[in-house]
Design a protein around this ligand. Structure first.
Ligand code: FE
Ligand code: FE
Ligand code: ZN
Length: 285
């Protein structure tokens, strides 16, 4: 990967299959994408046709895509107080990771979870325990914890919490972090005025080598609001100037950037173009 390279894309629907997502993203002008491994609100997942998976892998390779960033279900809560919710989550994680084996070298990201009243410490322990049950050393997909806004009882609203989860995982080489710009801003990390400071802090607490993907979103709310409401690029409180510094930051070069902004296809096409123009116009500094 080249220092000036940027991988940009958005979430796509998996309803037409896997290779179809790759073709859609090519048509949209991007070179990575995300999808929900199952219905974000439901929980069922269809079996993946291995030929479809192979066709997507060939397309990703031939067209120079960056790693894809699959997204686990929002209903997967590895630290829920309800034993039933938690065991459903543990089951989803194991199945999702087995399915990801069809896409070696790509990334699987999920929300660490909400401790629903048990406290952060217990939440962190339960998340790590679930990961220790699911991760096998031979896996060829990295598993990413997403930085969260710290809404309600969410775990992962601080870099320290993510670090504590990773510290408790046995197969740490499989662990990474996905930095969501809306979430870290809402959590109180001022990426608009002190991006260098936030990335230095990330490096100190977690290590930038673990930062494997970025969710590129503006935020509808103020710094530290703990709200988690995404906005289109440049139309929120973070602003386009600041987001351009994120896109161009040398410490983030080579990572896949995924848009999760409130857009339809046309809006995503436009934002993919904005990001590519920003990269071409500004160099890597
Ligand atoms: Fe997410
Ligand atoms: Fe996100
Ligand atoms: Zn969010």
């Amino acid at each position: 990967m080249n220092a000036n390279q940027i991988y940009i894309g958005c979430h796509l629907s998996v309803t037409k299959g896997y290779a179809a997502m790759g073709r859609t993203m090519l048509d949209m002008g991007g070179n990575t994408f995300a999808w929900f491994t199952r219905n974000p609100r439901g929980g069922k997942s269809k079996d993946i046709d291995p030929e479809d998976a192979a066709a997507l892998n060939a397309l990703l390779h031939d067209r120079g895509f960056g790693p894809m960033v699959a997204h686990g279900s929002y209903t997967m809560n590895l630290c829920a107080a309800s034993p039933e919710t938690r065991s459903n989550g543990v089951d989803m994680l194991a199945k999702d990771l087995r399915r990801m084996a069809l896409f070696p070298g790509n990334l699987y990201n999920f929300h660490p979870g909400s401790h629903t009243g048990q406290g952060l410490k217990r939440g962190i322990e339960l998340i790590a325990e679930a990961l220790n049950g699911a991760l096998l050393p031979e896996m060829e997909n990295l598993v990413l914890l997403e930085t969260m806004a710290g809404k309600g009882s969410e775990v992962g609203g601080t870099f320290e919490e993510l670090r504590e989860i990773i510290d408790r995982v046995e197969h740490q080489a499989l662990m990474g972090v996905c930095l969501d710009t809306c979430h870290v801003w809402d959590a109180g990390y001022d990426i608009a005025n002190d991006l260098d400071g936030v990335l230095t802090e990330f490096d100190r607490v977690i290590g930038l080598d673990r930062l494997k993907a970025v969710h590129l979103n503006d935020s509808k709310n103020e710094l530290g609001s703990h709200k988690d409401r995404h906005e289109k690029l440049g139309e929120g409180r973070i602003g386009w100037e600041a987001l351009q510094r994120v896109i161009r930051h040398p410490a983030l070069a080579g990572r896949p950037f995924i848009l999760e902004t409130p857009n339809e296809d046309e809006g995503y096409r436009r934002e993919i173009r904005m990001v590519l123009d920003c990269m071409e116009g500004g160099g890597a500094a």
